[in-house]
Design a protein around this ligand. Structure first.
Ligand code: NAD
Length: 494
């Protein structure tokens, strides 16, 4: 069975303890590889390697950093098919989405920050007649980057690319649920000639490896993406140590559809926003509010559309919805469907797990040979629920699966109240052809990202992040390079 390894000081190594954890293939429910069960000792080694690499890397000219990072881009693109396959097997997402979204975005993350590092400029302030001030932005040292399982390589690289481009060295921890592409990426880093210790990847459990990274005195900043509860724990440890913190946390995003919308576009994108990647995207629009005059028609068309989504083998052509990432997450989602029923909701479609054990699965290529697979993992029918109040638990708590609720509204004020009633504030979507209304709602809605007549249309230059309990700080653009830098003002008397 394949054994994943840590990447420390330029070498691929086992955990110091020698222990391993099981890694499951969600499509089959079977263990298919082993993960190092690392702990504080591995983190200590990784921090030592990152510290040793910092003086050299931070003083490497931007053009040289650019050249190495662009080599990584070429290698990710060269291996797009094999990385996408690995991501699909590891996460349960469809191979199609891994090829179209996850892996290309990992390459874009590196391309974006490799080039950005070539175009940074620092301000100077002329204090007329008295002094000249200029701001130095210096890489802050060793950064800790902790990422989740839903977009594994996409979010892993979204953190490490700006950190490395800014001149920091990194100790990174991918999710223990989806470690495979970070491991493959470690190998690409060696091939690209990234100097040893610039990137260190420690695999293992959050409470063992993640908390050792967060609590390490020599790690100056923590960039974290994951659940709000974990974010709280991280903040409790890191804040008294005066670490810089970027927290990208959970969401419960509203999707508001007005009667004057472009109906066909709103319908198609609402389905995508609710069920893409099995609904396991922090930006998914899981609370759908529809203006009353079109509510019945939209509901009927939406449910018909959603019922046509094909749930099945992530590797098979034509699958729309793959497997749920883990048994634990499957149980959580199913418990929310039960809760919705208890809260008085009506299941309009879906609502049940799917047993695909009898379905013939695609063979899985393993190296140069193929292995027959038996499906039997964790599948849930895309589920639409009606009849719930905006403030019930189903509509207030993050489910993070293929489950959406649909509710009518009458006025702009009313729907804004519903949208803003949750503790989260990551993203929102508004469908209307009325520009004034779009501007009004965009200004008043409590979310860090507002999409008008689109969803998940990303420009990497824009600030990305949430308000309220969806997080602290912004990723994207030059914001991320600044996060990994320390500002210093130099004042020279004239
Ligand atoms: P999680 O919080 O359970 O885990 C995220 C990472 O943190 C993993 O690598 C995990 O091992 C690690 N971790 C766990 N406990 C830790 C601890 N005590 N100290 C340090 N690290 C620890 O989240 P998840 O289940 O992997 O991901 C799903 C969540 O991520 C959802 O809430 C989703 O909304 C959120 N998410 C947010 C964004 C965003 O950009 N805001 C993007 C993707 C996912």
């Amino acid at each position: 069975m394949q054994k994943i390894e840590n990447y420390i000081g330029g070498e691929l190594v086992a955990a110091v303890s020698g222990g391993c954890l099981d890694n499951f293939e969600p499509a089959t429910g079977h263990v298919y590889s082993l993960i190092p069960d690392s702990d504080a000792a591995d983190v200590e080694n990784a921090v030592a390697a990152a510290k040793a690499a910092f003086p050299g890397w931070s003083s490497t000219p931007a053009e040289e950093r650019f050249t190495i990072l662009m080599r990584l881009v070429s290698l990710i693109e060269r291996d797009l098919d094999s990385l996408a396959l690995a991501e699909s097997i590891d996460n349960g997402k469809t191979l199609a989405i891994a090829k179209r979204l996850d892996i290309p975005r990992a390459a874009s993350n590196f391309r974006f920050y490799a080039t950005a590092a070539m175009h940074t400029a620092n301000e100077s302030h002329d204090t007329t007649g008295q002094a000249l001030n200029y701001t130095l932005r210096q890489p802050l040292g060793v950064a800790g980057c902790i990422s989740p399982w839903n977009l594994p390589l996409y979010l892993f690289t979204w953190k490490i690319a700006p950190a490395i481009a800014a001149g920091c060295t990194v100790v990174a921890k991918p999710s223990e649920v989806t470690p495979m592409t970070a491991y493959l990426f470690s190998k690409l880093s060696i091939e690209a000639g990234l100097p040893p210790g610039v990137l260190n990847v420690v695999h293992g459990l959050g409470p063992k490896v993640g908390s050792a990274i967060v609590g390490h005195k020599d790690i100056k900043a923590i960039s974290f993406t994951g659940g709000t509860k974990t974010g709280e724990e991280i903040a409790r440890t890191a804040a008294p140590m005066f670490k810089k913190l970027s927290l990208e946390l959970g969401g419960k995003n509203p999707n508001i559809i007005f009667a004057d919308c472009n109906y066909e576009q709103a319908l198609a994108e609402t389905r995508r926003a609710a069920f893409a990647n099995q609904g396991e995207i922090c930006l998914c629009g899981s609370r759908i509010f529809v203006e009353r005059p079109i509510y019945e028609k939209f509901k009927k068309d939406f449910v018909a559309d959603v019922s046509r989504l094909k749930v099945g083998d992530p590797l098979a052509d034509g699958t729309d919805v793959g497997a749920i990432v883990s048994k634990q997450h499957f149980d959580k989602i199913m418990s929310y469907i039960e809760l919705a029923k208890e809260e008085g909701g009506t299941i309009l479609c879906g609502g049940n797990p799917l047993d695909l054990a009898a379905v013939k699965a695609e063979t899985r290529p393993v190296g140069s040979v193929s292995e027959t697979r038996q499906l039997g993992g964790w599948y849930i029918q895309p589920t639409v629920i009606e009849g719930l109040s905006h403030d019930c638990r189903t509509n207030q708590e993050e489910i993070f699966g293929p489950v959406a609720t649909i509710m009518p509204f009458d006025t702009e004020e009313e729907v804004l109240g519903y949208a803003n009633s949750v503790r989260y504030g990551l993203s929102s979507t508004i469908w209307t052809e009325n520009l004034s209304r779009a501007h009004r709602i965009a200004a008043d809605i409590e979310s860090g990202i507002v999409w008008v007549n689109c969803w998940l249309l990303r420009d990497l230059r824009t600030p990305f992040g949430g308000v309220k309990e969806s997080g602290v700080g912004r990723e994207g653009g030059f914001e991320a390079l600044r996060f990994f830098s320390e500002e210093k003002n130099v004042c020279i008397r004239l």
